[in-house]
Ligand binder design. Structure first.
Ligand SMILES: N[C@@H](CCC(=O)N[C@@H](CS)C(=O)NCC(=O)O)C(=O)O
Length: 206
């Protein structure tokens, strides 16, 4: 199978980490959503990443749908998300906080990287920042018990944190939320995370 998308995308990275953790063999197609837009649209009509091209030629799009397929393939014993009940609901809520934070930080990134400077809207950037700060503060209330194996909420949280620190580096300084730092440190030490470390990039500050 082939994973399409670069690892500076936290959504692509969480799929890559999950593929590694679950022991899938895959190739990595590093086309860019912006630089290779026309080509990307032939893989995903939305022109977005990640996509996962299966060995039978089927293309799955959207990280949530891809992760659901991976979990179905390995079965409930090895799945990265519980298959039902309160634990699943709590896990999905944590993932919603982490992915919502990604979306708000991505909103700031697009405003600064894609939109021409004269059209930028500072109030919108400030609103996205407030929303991302809300997501981070809520996630910081949750703790990952020692000894509990890595699962999708923590994978998505750690991918979100690395992305936030690359894209809007003053939003999540080390030390602001020790509980979150612990999640990131624990995850980034795993081989699956080391194998998917995103190339550094910095969004312009204004
Ligand atoms: N809900 C989607 C979101 C994917 C997403 O936002 N991808 C970004 C990169 S991280 C992208 O493709 N951006 C380009 C665009 O939307 O035009 C998922 O979970 O896969």
């Amino acid at each position: 199978m082939i994973l399409v998308g670069q690892y500076d995308s936290p959504y692509t990275r969480r799929v890559a980490v999950s593929l590694h953790l679950l022991g899938f063999d895959f190739e990595h197609d590093m086309r860019s959503v912006f630089g290779d837009f026309d080509s990307m649209r032939t893989t995903n009509p939305l022109g977005r990443i990640p996509s996962l091209i299966l060995d039978d030629g089927t293309t799955l799009i959207d990280s949530g749908a891809i992760l659901d397929w991976l979990d179905q393939e390995v079965g409930p014993e090895r799945a990265l998300l519980p298959d039902g009940g309160l634990v699943r609901r709590q896990a999905l809520q944590r993932i919603a906080l982490a992915s919502g934070t990604i979306d708000k930080v991505m909103g700031i990134g697009y405003e600064r990287l894609v939109r021409p400077e004269r059209y930028r809207w500072p109030d919108w950037i400030a609103r996205c920042r407030t929303q991302a700060e809300g997501g981070l503060a809520a996630l910081a209330q949750l703790s990952w018990p020692a000894g509990e194996p890595v699962s999708q909420p923590w994978i998505t949280t750690a991918c979100m944190m690395r992305y936030v620190r690359l894209a809007v580096h003053d939003l999540l300084p080390v030390g602001r939320y020790p509980a979150l730092d612990a999640v990131s440190d624990r995850c980034e030490a795993l081989p699956a995370f080391k194998a998917t470390y995103p190339a550094d990039y910095v969004v312009p500050a204004s």
